[in-house]
Design a protein around this ligand. Structure first.
Ligand SMILES: [Zn+2]
Length: 197
């Protein structure tokens, strides 16, 4: 792969000019095609004739991806306060702090939606006493595949509300890590923690 520098030139098809034009690579604040946001100061090829952005070089794609990830909506919900306590205790059990809580949630949503952990009958947790309580605390999760995995998991266990799904996942975590101390998920989560902290 050729690494381009600011000021390098090439020729490329310009949609605005409807012809091949000389193009100069420059740092530009560049809007996404769908208008959903802007990538700041990214190296792009600019048409010398009409000043529009015509080339996004390969070396700029990681920056664009990062920006897209930042913009991705987070998954948010309000749950009873004791659910957050469960997550904090689970993280504590693994040797982590509160900052690891969202990783535990994401690990479970991923593993459940991919059948790496059985989701069989987990909606029963919604009927337990621990599923009740006033929703006073916020859960907020962000992740590359989270949205798709949540949609998939909702279909798998036939739950419609995201809040209900998150409650089920929290109570599954409670059951696995705190009540039954299952070694497999504990071991895997410890590995993830070792790799991320
Ligand atoms: Zn042009």
């Amino acid at each position: 792969m050729k690494i381009l520098k600011v000021g390098d030139t090439t020729k490329a098809a310009c949609n605005s000019c409807k012809s091949f034009q000389d193009v100069t690579f420059q740092l530009r604040d560049t809007p996404f095609n769908d208008g959903s946001g802007i990538v700041k100061n990214v190296l792009v090829g600019v048409c010398n004739a009409c000043d529009s952005v015509v080339v996004l070089p390969h070396q700029s794609t990681p920056v664009v991806k990062k920006q897209l990830e930042k913009q991705r909506k987070s998954l948010e919900s309000r749950v009873p306060a004791h659910m957050i306590d469960i997550l904090n205790l689970a993280s504590d059990k693994l040797g982590g702090g509160t900052e690891f809580v969202s990783n535990i949630m994401k690990y479970y949503i991923h593993a459940l939606s991919n059948n790496k952990i059985s989701s069989n009958n987990i909606s029963r947790f919604l009927k337990s006493d621990l599923a009740t309580g006033v929703a006073q605390k916020r859960i907020s999760l962000k992740g590359r595949y989270l949205e798709e995995e949540v949609i998939l998991l909702k279909e798998m266990i036939e739950v419609e509300s995201t809040t209900d799904l998150l409650k089920i996942v929290v109570l599954k975590i409670n059951d696995d890590l705190l009540v039954n101390e299952r070694q497999k998920p504990i071991g895997q989560l410890k590995n993830i923690m070792a790799a991320t902290v």
